[in-house]
Write a protein of this length. Structure first.
Length: 108
């Protein structure tokens, strides 16, 4: 699926103890397994079913996604900045394919 593209927004700078908002979007068709193609054949289920975020190797956010989630799922969550480091984002689909992205933040 070459059209799958993860995107994310993390502030480049934050103050200690500042609550920031992390925003992500992944371009993915999220086929539920209930739709048919132009020939009337069922399109097999193919969704992003898991999402997790690690900061400096420690998991800070995770969630499971179900077939009813929309195409191109948008996920946003707060995070309290304590130190500088790198966020690692990972989305996993039904085939086990993992889509990753990294974002850095400096805390002062």
């Amino acid at each position: 699926m070459s059209s799958v593209k993860p995107r994310g927004k993390v502030p480049k700078k934050a103050s200690i103890d500042e609550v920031i908002e992390i925003k992500t979007l992944i371009r993915h068709p999220m086929h539920s397994g209930r739709m048919k193609d132009k020939d009337g054949k069922i399109i097999p289920r193919q969704i992003i079913n898991a999402f997790k975020v690690e900061f400096e190797g420690k998991e800070i956010f995770s969630m499971k996604l179900e077939p009813s989630i929309s195409t191109n799922p948008y996920i946003a969550f707060p995070y309290k900045a304590k130190k500088s480091g790198t966020f690692n984002f990972e989305w996993t689909d039904d085939n086990g394919t993992k889509y990753t992205m990294k974002r850095k933040m400096k805390v002062s």
